[in-house]
Structures are given as structure tokens and as C-alpha cells.
Ligand binder design. Structure first.
Ligand code: SF4
Ligand code: SF4
Ligand code: SF4
Ligand code: FES
Length: 960
């Protein structure tokens, strides 16, 4: 643990670092220093340990030069230049402390203080306020102007944002918040209105912060040097006393945070400026939406019941795991070894997912283990392995800053990967060009100071056709990178592929109408991607969650190879992973056919290695995937499931099918922090631990392994890995780990890409990107530099096969799904935070023409029917979606978005086709039949949970 402020790493050097080969030497207060050309005098002084007072400058933002607090004297230069805006020059001699400067600074500070409420003792920033600190530094002792004149002391506070207040009476108009919103976040929501004394900060697009364009990232709050913008949690709880560096548990960006604590109470999350994935930035989820961790809905006692219509019985951990183990063994005796299995979660740590798959393989004795990545990025694993040889993205996020052309396909970074989106937008403001391929007009298509040059709004389900048409243009117009292909790729495969894509049937003219996109736009996109300099592809679930998800991933890899856009900074193939540890859960051997490190279970050499380490005999054949588990459950051969941290009843497609399968099982063990939708079908509930309650690691979308550090004890008594250890021991398979670091040591010893990973190495590096081994001891930011992991890159044929899910007269619209910034995945966490202020229900987006022809108005209840089922949502009429396409999010269980998605799935990996469902939409006045049934079942399960609670209360009464 470290203190709240670590001077070594957290010191604010005033202005951003500059990179230059040229070093400039200057003299500051009699001491010499050499810094890169372009560095400010202020930063050079700070590097020498000399503090120059400052208010408007901070090293996360470009210098602005407005407060006049940082004046210095420079030999040969007239006047008193601001050190923050003055770059160093060779031989410069600077004086930072002179009697004249002291007087000037005191005078400036006097003016600030004369319009500032002097309530320091009761102010929430007391002890952590730059204005207070600088007043002390300049030695201000009196204010000659009095406080009676014109001032802003009665300005009204804006408390509309659920997480932070804006108190204009404390504002010194330093502009840091405005610049943070522009430079760091890229939203441009703040502005300074008025001039001179009338200047005030205002949020654009609304009367207050909540109604404005602000996306609540908190960058302005972090940048504010006073208590003007302040977290409500700090106002309520006071300034923190200590902090612990940990990793966000939401999305695949994997932002690093300082969890700032007061005793055992989390006071605030502050993005870590040394975090390699986020560089001190965050989004609303990671920074503010952590209240779920101590929400009253947390279940903190193990529970068991015989049938799912029985009330829950609270029991000890011992009783719960003993009962679960005896049930699992009973089922295996009765129905066979393969009648049970486990599901790991991308929300849990690497160590936890590793243990669950180990428990299944070693203690259950089968390979029936799968992970939620099955339903999101399994096609990435397959497609990239086939073409490039490794199931992972090729770049660091920082690589985007070297990209000249950025192609975003089937991803919505500003909502789903917000901190990366901010970086991407920064690169766009620097001049990079953007192509968006998405059925929906996502924010990036037209955001402030960042616009897509081309938006190919393709019809859902036509990704592969689009990729083939792009490849056709590149090959037939001679835009390929032949030297790269000759040197780096399999010649025969390339010849076969290039003949295939060159066929007329793959031309934009043939496939443009299939995609619903002008052929000329496809050609323009292909030319820009192939010839615009460094070109990088970022893609998401809009690529993978299709019946041809794996084909599309291979098509993307083909594009990168044919243009030579792989193996260096600024290019590459970058899957944006949805949950925090999707990459990690895949790396850890969660798939039924692969041991950790993506090695096939049938490989005898590898299997023997694990058998020796684990002291068991492993089955050589792959086990059941999640959809196969459901089918086998309905067929009567799969009877028991251990599900850690995953909510398959809400997140998997065709909800009725999933719930029927769960109902058919005899022992469902759910380990989670809440009684989630799946737990309503469970027989054993093991209390899970939030990311604040355990040690471990997450691996983000750029293969970056970062530490998760415990800041408080598990509310349920055990971290998730400890629950798995207890279950394994109860099953008679000994596990004796004392700390997750020992689990990581075992992973490293068995996984070639993790050989040099250890908690000690992570602590010293901050984070490490795998492969991290003898060849790459400090990790691997960019992959496939000299050669592909598989040796030569392999072009794969990507014939376009239209999905079976087709529109017809009965189902004339195509439904596609996605995420929204304020909510996360199934919403179990974010629904239990103030984030509901922005999104408290899932809505159906429908184009005005489709709405009009059906008599649907904004806010109307509409029934959405597909071949799989029906649900009802309220309508949002918007041109964000094209005619013929409707869209919804899936963050609320009662929405039943997955009641309508079908069983169709990717041919290679079974990843569900969430993104294409043929539907009809009509105005209705009642919930759907499914929603009525869902409500009744939920009410009953809530009652059964409540009875358990009442029983506990009654016992307590008796004891008293
Ligand atoms: S709100 Fe804070 S950061 Fe913004 S201008 Fe006022 S004092 Fe500066
Ligand atoms: S919270 Fe973020 S988006 Fe909102 S005003 Fe501040 S910097 Fe801008
Ligand atoms: S949700 Fe993602 S972008 Fe937001 S803070 Fe967490 S890791 Fe970063
Ligand atoms: S810190 Fe330099 S002018 Fe404000």
C-alpha cells in the first residue's frame, strides 16, 4: 500500500513531457539541467525539485498561461514570462525566487482570494486544495481589497450530477476543467462564458451538468485545483488517507486506478496517471460507479436449497461446499463423469478462471468448461489463430497515436471502451482519418472535432461481404503491399485468396447492394485504408457475434496482411474486448478444447505437462461448450453446473432455452456477488467477492496483465478463488494455495507466454503485456514484428454465406444490439449505482420512417417479435439507425432482449448471432407473455430470498 500521494510518481510537473532527440541545457537558480527540446521552464524546474507556484497549469494538460502565478525572471528577457508557457532554450538562465517575483505572485493571489469564500476549515478540499497550497507558498498574509466588493460568493451550486458538485463560488476560472474536457476526454462539454470578471464555467447543451453534453468522465473534477468541482463522496466522507493501486473491473480497457480509502471505506477512485492503459483518464463507470460493491443487495452468506421453489437456507461455507461437492459426486455416480461442468467468467481474475478450469479438468475429471467469451470474442480467438497464429490483439492502445487511418468496425468505443475512445479522438484531432463500418450512426461518426470521413452503414449480417468487397478493391486496383506479402505470408494461400477475392462476385458493385452500401463508398474506404499511411483496424462484437463471426475476423486479418498493416506501431488488428478480463479468461484455458496458453487438450506433450503438475489424468477430448451444456441438460445428460461470476440466464441468447436448461439441472452452483438471474435457478449460492475484496490480475484487450489489489476484506468471507479452493478440497482434489500469487506462479510455470510473469514483476513494471518470457522479459507491446507467431501469415478464404436469419413479410426489420456508456453488460453492477440517472431502461431505437408506418411515436410501448420470442420495450425514434434496422441495449433483465435473439451461432465457435435477428415491431399496451412470466418468477424468487432473511431476523429476535 502507498500513501495517497506518491511524490516519486504522482508529482505534478506542471506541463506535459516532450519527446525529442535534442537535449537543451539551462540553468535554474544556479543549477544546471538538460531536458528535451520543447520542455517548459516550469517542468524543467520541477524536475530539479524547484517548485514554481502555479494554478492554471498541470502536467496532464497543455499550458494555458492564464493565472500569472508562475512568473519567473529570465536573463536577457524582458518582463516576467510565465514559466508554464515559456519553452527552454540552450544556455537560458532562470530565476524562480526573487523579491520582485514574490511581490507579483502575492498580488495575484490576493486578487483570487478576495473573490473566494474563506471557509477552508469546513471546505471538502481542505488539505488537498491547490489554491490553499499556493497561498501558503507565496506567503499571502492579508487581503487589502476586502470582501465587500463585487464577487461570486453567492453563486448557486449545481448538484445535478449524481457524482460531483459544481460550486461556482469557489471557481478561479483557471480553465483546467475546460481543457480537461477537451484534451483528455474529447467531449468539449465545458466552456467559459462571459468575459473578465463575469467569466464562469458552463456545461454546454443543458441548464446543468446532468442535462448537458457531459458524459461524467470526471476528468474536469480531477483537474480542478479547488473545491469547485468535487466528488460528492469526498464531500460526504472527507479526504482519503491512503490509496491502493488497482485495476477497473468494468471494460477491456483495463484502466489503472488509485482506490483512495479512509479506514476501510472507499472514498473515491482516481485514475492512475502512471497507468499504461489509461494514462490518468477514466470513464463514468470506473471512476464513479463503484457503489454496487457495498450495495444492500449483496448476498454475503452461503445458501443452499433442494429445489428452486424452496426458500433459501443460510449455511456456513463448509456446509455449502460440502453439499455442492456431494451433489456433484452424486450426479456423476448416477449420470456419469461428464454430467457436470463449469463456467468461468471474464469478470473474475486470471487466477480465479484458471482455478475453475483446473477444478473442472482435475476434480470433475472432464473438460466441460467454457467461458462467457464463448458468447462474445471466441471468433477472435479462432480467426486470429488461423491467420496470424495468436488469439489476441496485436497492439497497445497507445499505438493508435501512430495511426494515420483508423477503421472502426462493429464497435462503439465511446460507449463501450470510453477511455480508448478519448485517445482515438485525440489522434483524429491530430489529423488521422476515420472509417466507420457499422449499421448504426455511432457517436464517432459525427462527434465534436472528430468525424468519420466514411461511414459505411451496412445491413446487419453482411460484414463478410463488406470485407470481401474491400479486399477485392485492394487486390484488383493493385493497392496491395507485395513486398510484405512475399516476405511474410504463405505464398500459396495468398495466391488462392487473391484469386478468390478478385472474382467479379466479390466486387463492391456485386456486394454493395447486398450490404446496402454504395459501391463507390466501399472503394473509397478500401483505397483510404490501403494507401493512407499507417492503418489500424479496431473491431468489436459487431464483427464477432454473427453466424460468420470467425470468417469476418479472418477477413480483417487478411486486409491487414494484404496491405502490410501489421507488425509495427500504428497499425494492426485490434479486438476491443467487452468485459474486463475477456482476454485473460481465454488465456487461462477456459475453453473446453484448450489448456492455458491456447494449447489443444489433445496435444499429448502439453497434457502430460499438466497431468504431472496437477497430479491427475486428464481427458484428451474436448468437453462441452456452453450451448452444448444447455442442449445436454434438456436431453437429460447434463445435470450439474458450477457457474462463477457469470449470468448466463440474462446474457446468453434465447432466454427461454437457457432457463429451461437450467431448470432441468439438479445442482446449479452459482458464485456471485448478487442473486443474479442465473442464481434464481440455483441450488447452492456461494457469495462472490467484488474486485475491491481480492488480489489477482486482469488482462485487458492489449494483452496487458495488471494487478487487482484487495482494499477491503471479502464481505462474504472468501475471495472467489478461495471458494473454488474450498470446493476442490471438498471434492477430494487438494488445492493448497495461500495467496493468488502462488496461482500465478503455477500459471507462469505451465504457460510459455507467461513464463516471466509474477506478482513481483508486475509490481516492478506496473503491468506487463504477454508474451512475457525469456525472449521478451519486459513483455510484448506489439506482436508479429519480424514474423507472425505462426511463422508465415496465412490468408484464409472468406466466402460470404448469408445468415439464415432473414427478413420476410412477417419479420421485416433487423434487430441489432449494443451497449451504452453508463451501463455495463447485464447491468448487475451499474444498475445498482447512480448510473441509472442516465439510463434506467433499455429502449428500442427505430428509424422515423419505420416508426411512422407503424404509428409508433417516441416513448410508445412497442412489442418486438422474432422467431424465438417476444418482448416489449419503449420506443426511441431516431435517425441513428437506418430504415429497416432497429437496435436495443440489453442491460435490464426485464427487457428480455435475449428472449428475441435466436439460437443461430458462428459456424466455428458457436458464438451466438446476437447482432442479427429478424423482427416485427408494433405498438402494444401490455407487457409480453414472457415478461409477465418473468415478473411472476422473479417475485417468487425474491420472496424465497426474503423468507431466508426473515428467518435470520426471527432468530435474532429469539436470541435477544
Ligand atoms: S471549475 Fe475548477 S478547474 Fe474549472 S475553471 Fe473553475 S477552478 Fe478552474
Ligand atoms: S465530467 Fe468529463 S465530460 Fe463532463 S464536463 Fe467534466 S470532463 Fe467534460
Ligand atoms: S469501464 Fe473501461 S474505460 Fe471505463 S474506467 Fe473502467 S476500464 Fe476504463
Ligand atoms: S501556471 Fe503558468 S500562467 Fe498559470
Amino acid at each position: 500500500m502507498i500513501t495517497v500521494f506518491d511524490p516519486k510518481t504522482d508529482m505534478d510537473l506542471g506541463t506535459p513531457a516532450r519527446e525529442s532527440q535534442v537535449q537543451v541545457t539551462l540553468n535554474i537558480d544556479g543549477r544546471s539541467i538538460s531536458v528535451p527540446e520543447g520542455t517548459s521552464v516550469m517542468r524543467a524546474a520541477a524536475l530539479l525539485g524547484t517548485t514554481i507556484p502555479k494554478l492554471c497549469a498541470t502536467d496532464s494538460l497543455e499550458a494555458f498561461g492564464s493565472c500569472r502565478m508562475c512568473l519567473v525572471e529570465i536573463d536577457g528577457m524582458r518582463g516576467y514570462p510565465a514559466s508554464c508557457t515559456t519553452p527552454v532554450t540552450e544556455g537560458m538562465t532562470v530565476h524562480t525566487q526573487t523579491p520582485k517575483l514574490a511581490t507579483l505572485r502575492r498580488n495575484v493571489m490576493e486578487l483570487y482570494i478576495s473573490d473566494h469564500p474563506l471557509d477552508c476549515l469546513t471546505c471538502s478540499a481542505n488539505g488537498n486544495c491547490e489554491l490553499q497550497t499556493v497561498a501558503g507558498q507565496v506567503g499571502l498574509r492579508e487581503v487589502r481589497y476586502g470582501y465587500e466588493g463585487e464577487n461570486h460568493l453567492d453563486d448557486v451550486k449545481d448538484t445535478s450530477n449524481p457524482y460531483f458538485d459544481y460550486d461556482p463560488s469557489k471557481c478561479i476560472v483557471c480553465n483546467r476543467c475546460v481543457r480537461a474536457c477537451e484534451e483528455t476526454q474529447g467531449t468539449f462539454a465545458l466552456t467559459i462564458t462571459g468575459r473578465g470578471f463575469e467569466s464562469r464555467v458552463a456545461a454546454a447543451g443543458g441548464d446543468n451538468f446532468l442535462d448537458s453534453e457531459c458524459v461524467s468522465c470526471g476528468a474536469c473534477v480531477q483537474a480542478c485545483p479547488t473545491a469547485t468541482l468535487m466528488e460528492k463522496s469526498v464531500v460526504e466522507l472527507g479526504q482519503p488517507e491512503r490509496s491502493v493501486i488497482t485495476t477497473c473491473a468494468y471494460c477491456g480497457v483495463g484502466c489503472s486506478f488509485r482506490a483512495e480509502m479512509k479506514g476501510d471505506q472507499l472514498v473515491r477512485m482516481v485514475p492512475d496517471k502512471n497507468g499504461h492503459a489509461n494514462h490518468g483518464h477514466s470513464c463514468v463507470k470506473g471512476r464513479f460507479a463503484w457503489g454496487y460493491a457495498t450495495h444492500p443487495d449483496r448476498i454475503t452468506k452461503p445458501m443452499i436449497r433442494k429445489h428452486i421453489n424452496d426458500p433459501w437456507q443460510e449455511v456456513s461455507w463448509d456446509e455449502a461446499v460440502t453439499y455442492a461437492a456431494s451433489e456433484f459426486r452424486r450426479l456423476q455416480q448416477k449420470y456419469g463423469r461428464d454430467s457436470i461442468g463449469g463456467i468461468t467468467s471474464s469478470r473474475c481474475t486470471n487466477e480465479e478462471t484458471y482455478l475453475v478450469q483446473k477444478l473442472v479438468r482435475a476434480a470433475f475429471g472432464n473438460n466441460n468448461v467454457d467461458t462467457c467469451a464463448r458468447v462474445c470474442h471466441s471468433p477472435t480467438g479462432y480467426g486470429l489463430k488461423q491467420t496470424l497464429g495468436e488469439s489476441a490483439g496485436t497492439q497497445s492502445f497507445d499505438s493508435v497515436m501512430q495511426a494515420d487511418v483508423i477503421l472502426v468496425m462493429g464497435a462503439n468505443p465511446s460507449d463501450a471502451h470510453p477511455v480508448f475512445a478519448s485517445q482515438l479522438k485525440r489522434r483524429l484531432r491530430e489529423g488521422a482519418r476515420l472509417i466507420v463500418i457499422d449499421p448504426r450512426r455511432i457517436d464517432l461518426v459525427d462527434s465534436v472535432h472528430a468525424r468519420a470521413e466514411l461511414h459505411l452503414a451496412l445491413r446487419p449480417g453482411t460484414n463478410v461481404a463488406m470485407l470481401n468487397a474491400l479486399a477485392h478493391t485492394i487486390v484488383t486496383e493493385g493497392l496491395l503491399n507485395q513486398p510484405f506479402i512475399d516476405a511474410r505470408c504463405e505464398g500459396n494461400d495468398f495466391a488462392r485468396w487473391s484469386e478468390f477475392v478478385s472474382r467479379a462476385e466479390n466486387s463492391p458493385e456485386a456486394l454493395g447492394p447486398v450490404c446496402g452500401v454504395e459501391p463507390a463508398d466501399i472503394r473509397a474506404a478500401a483505397r483510404l485504408y490501403a494507401t493512407g499511411g499507417n492503418a489500424a483496424i479496431y473491431y468489436g462484437l459487431g464483427v464477432t457475434e454473427h453466424s460468420q463471426g470467425s470468417t469476418a475476423v479472418m477477413g480483417i486479418a487478411n486486409l491487414a496482411m494484404v496491405t502490410g498493416n501489421i507488425g509495427r506501431e500504428g497499425v494492426g488488428v485490434n479486438p476491443l474486448r467487452g468485459q474486463n478480463n475477456v482476454q485473460g479468461s481465454c488465456d487461462m484455458g477456459s475453453f473446453p478444447h484448450e489448456l492455458p496458453g491456447y494449447r489443444h487438450i489433445s496435444n499429448e506433450v502439453v497434457r502430460t505437462q499438466f497431468e504431472q503438475a496437477w497430479n491427475v489424468t486428464l481427458q484428451p477430448d474436448p468437453g462441452l461448450r456452453i450451448p452444448n451444456m444447455f442442449e445436454s441438460a434438456l436431453a437429460g445428460s447434463f445435470k450439474g453446473l458450477y457457474c462463477q461470476g457469470e449470468d448466463i440466464a440474462q446474457s446468453d441468447p434465447n432466454t427461454q432455452h437457457v432457463t429451461a436448461a437450467l431448470s432441468a439441472m439438479e445442482c446449479v452452483v452459482v458464485q456471485d456477488i448478487f442473486l443474479n438471474e442465473t442464481a434464481r435457478f440455483a441450488h447452492v449460492f456461494l457469495p462472490g467477492a467484488s474486485f475491491l475484496e481480492k488480489d489477482g490480475t486482469f488482462t485487458n484487450a492489449e494483452r496487458r496483465i495488471s494487478r487487482v489489489r484487495k482494499v477491503m476484506d471479502p464481505l462474504g468471507g472468501k475471495a472467489d478463488w478461495e471458494g473454488t479452493v474450498a470446493l476442490a478440497n471438498a471434492l477430494g482434489y487438494p488445492m493448497n494455495y495461500k495467496h493468488p500469487s502462488e496461482i500465478m506462479d503455477e500459471i507462469a510455470s505451465l504457460t510459455p507466454t507467461f513464463t516471466n510473469v509474477s506478482y513481483a514483476a508486475l509490481d516492478s513494471h506496473g503491468s506487463l503485456q504477454w508474451p512475457c518470457n525469456a525472449e521478451a522479459p519486459d513483455g510484448t507491446p506489439t506482436m508479429h514484428i519480424e514474423e507472425f507467431v505462426r511463422g508465415k501469415g496465412r490468408f484464409m478464404l472468406t466466402g460470404y454465406v448469408p445468415t439464415e436469419e432473414k427478413v420476410n413479410n412477417r419479420y421485416p426489420l433487423l434487430l441489432t444490439t449494443g451497449r451504452i456508456l453508463s451501463q455495463y453488460n447485464v447491468g448487475a453492477q451499474t444498475r445498482r449505482t447512480e448510473n441509472v440517472a442516465w439510463h434506467d431502461e433499455d429502449r428500442l431505437e427505430i428509424h422515423p420512417t419505420d416508426a411512422e408506418s407503424r404509428g409508433i411515436n417516441e416513448g410508445d410501448w412497442v412489442g418486438i417479435g422474432s422467431r424465438a420470442g417476444q418482448t416489449v420495450l419503449r420506443a426511441r425514434v431516431t435517425e441513428r439507425v437506418a430504415p429497416g434496422v432497429v437496435y436495443t441495449t440489453f442491460h435490464f433483465p426485464e427487457s428480455g432482449a435475449n428472449v428475441i435473439t435466436t439460437d443461430n451461432s458462428d459456424w466455428a465457435t458457436n458464438c451466438p448471432e446476437y447482432k442479427v435477428t429478424a423482427v416485427e415491431v408494433s405498438r402494444v399496451y401490455h407487457p409480453s407473455e414472457w415478461q409477465k412470466r418473468y415478473q411472476a418468477f422473479s417475485d417468487e424468487q425474491d420472496r424465497l430470498l426474503k423468507e431466508r432473511r426473515q428467518a435470520r431476523g426471527a432468530k435474532a429476535e429469539v436470541r435477544r
